[in-house]
Design a protein around this ligand. Sequence first.
Ligand code: PMP
Length: 361
Amino acid sequence: MSPIAPKPGILDIAPYVGGKSHVDGVRDVVKLSSNENPAGPPESARAALAKVSHTLHRYPSTDHAELRAAIAEVHGLDADRIICGNGSDELIAMLCTAYSGPGTEVIHTEHGFAMYRISALTAGADPVEVPERDRRVDVDAILAAVTERTRLVFIANPANPTGTMLDVDEVTRLAEALPAHVLLVLDGAYAEYVEGYDAGAALVATRENVVMTRTFSKIYALGGLRVGWLYGPEHILDVLGRIRGPFNLGTLQLAAAEAAIRDQNFVERSRVENTRLRRWITDALTEIGIGCDSSEANFVLARFETANEADACELHLRQQGLLVRKVGGYKLPQALRITVGDEPSCRRVVHEVRRFKGLDS
Ligand code: PMP
């Protein structure tokens, strides 16, 4: 063994495994494994990229003032309380780095997004997994798990990979009941898919112990760009501003994200289409006896009788070039997470699941 050893906790980390994007021997692969928007990147963002390419010899903005101003304008927020990150992943990691460490605990829920645990372990903290109730975040279980050592609580709302959501009253109850030394992180990666949902912005505006994270990777269809943002109280922005790398976002990221946030027509169209197709796919799977929780996001969690059946169906779909996500890593071995694709992809998935079940030829 090499005498050069990482700090304690690092070797407990299982690396993040992303959704596959190819299948050997299959040419027309439809990727429904990473919750990407099938519309493709907004034209507005693509045009913005072309406009700034001649400035690439210069360093990018360090304060992201223009992007923050655009986000603030669209959401009616204070730009000084927004910080941008290289994907919301980076913001999750920054929160763990700044607020947790050896001897402290970071709470995440049973099926919570994998990066909460990875970032907590990287910071040297102990991740604490709290059970969910019927694949829903359980506020009472979270409150029961809080100790003197707890520093952060992460919940995604809507949640990945279940798609379930807490209502505003439940989130408010959680924020109000947490002791003052615990910061609640509301991860709103899928918030735009829920009509009229502010992702907790009103709560953040009035409380010292809540932050909200958002991303351009989902409804904005810019996962390849890597841009996320956080809205929080001033004291948190002060802390995160001290540890952020000076050029954590590049010129192309800043320009495309700014164009995309101003393109709310794209967001609206994507939301409406997603809701329509998510309902369709949920009903079609339910009709053939595959349980689906009511999802508020851009994916559905299809629950099979057994883990073997889920694995066999995933293999069948893969052989047809349809990539969906096994969520065994999220402790849901009987389930497959299927991103809501475009209409032909949704129809193909349902047809192939029916074939797998022996219902269609
Ligand atoms: N939070 C949740 C709940 C997610 O599902 C994801 C992406 N899978 C992220 C955060 C990270 O998003 P980003 O691309 O902004 O890093």
